[in-house]
Design a protein. Structure first.
Length: 291
């Protein structure tokens, strides 16, 4: 079910800081026109920590309706409270999302058994495909491979977004996972090598701006066209690096603002990147022929 490039959509705001529904619809249409595999609203890149539950569900609803069945929608409905994650996941299912992205609970740092029970509770109670999201740098806890393999036995737990940065762990997962369980890179800069190692693609930040090019790279990697995939990877690598100059989603949203796609508006505690970051973003955008 999950193969290719899935864009971790930014959440556009108006100049006054309100959700910009029309701009969000425009972004969905742009992504579909460019041939993206699917969309992931209200993940980390969508500034989910600064959205209310009501807004989170509103964004999912807008994206599902605008997509109108044209692309797979993986709705970000994770939380560090199991009851809250259940509430949002059930709402996403009712709206018509194709799957749910479930981040490892953050801040409260559950044990591996706590992680297992959290994800299994959601998988048991909401009949919707689940993509687990492993990002220790933000959540403070790693989904260990043993725990992931236990979870992968549940029919509703179908994939993992791996953003741990630990390629050794990812290789262990690729070597042990069930054939019908997908591994998607959570980092653009290692998406190509992870796909060549047997991964299924990427949930991408860069594809907010360059979806077609990301699809071309991952498509080549999935077909085993190593030279083509490698050339595209190195061509885009300066852009990938520019998106890591500050905390995601600050660079990608600022890059999109520079390119005229969204307003450069964040909600505190997120704020506009430093000027030196914006200068480097402009250089990377020029290298990609985007400005």
């Amino acid at each position: 079910m999950f193969s290719g490039v899935y864009t971790a959509l930014v959440t556009p705001f108006t100049k006054s800081g309100e959700l910009d529904g029309q701009k969000l619809k425009d972004l969905v249409d742009f992504q579909i026109k460019e041939g993206i595999s699917g969309l992931v609203p209200v993940g980390t890149t969508g500034e989910s920590p600064t959205l209310s539950i009501k807004e989170n569900i509103e964004v999912i609803d807008l994206v599902v309706k605008q997509s109108a069945g044209r692309k797979i929608i993986i709705a970000g409905t994770g939380a560090n409270c199991t009851a809250e994650a259940l509430e949002m996941t059930q709402a996403a299912k009712n709206i018509g999302a194709d799957a749910s992205l479930q981040v490892a609970p953050y801040y409260n740092k559950p044990s591996q058994e706590g992680l297992y029970r959290h994800f299994m509770t959601i998988a048991d109670k909401v009949d919707l495909p689940i993509v687990l999201y492993n990002i220790q740098g933000r959540s403070g806890v790693n989904i260990e491979t043993e725990t992931l393999m236990r979870l992968a036995s549940h029919p509703n737990i179908v994939a993992v977004k791996e953003a741990s940065g630990n390629i050794g762990q990812m290789m262990d997962v690729l070597g042990r996972k069930p054939k019908d369980f997908a591994l998607l890179s959570g980092d653009d800069n290692i998406a190509m090598p992870i796909t060549l190692l047997g991964g299924n693609g990427v949930i991408s930040v860069a594809s907010n701006i360059i979806p077609a090019k990301m699809e071309k790279m991952i498509g080549a990697a999935l077909r085993g066209e190593v030279e083509t995939a490698r050339d595209l990877h190195f061509n885009m690598l300066p852009f990938f690096k520019s998106l890591a100059l500050e905390t995601n989603p600050l660079p990608i949203k600022s890059a999109m603002a520079i390119a005229g796609m969204v307003e450069e508006v964040f909600r505190l505690p997120l704020c506009i990147p430093y000027e030196e970051t914006r200068v480097k973003l402009k250089e990377a955008l020029k290298q990609q022929g985007l400005i």
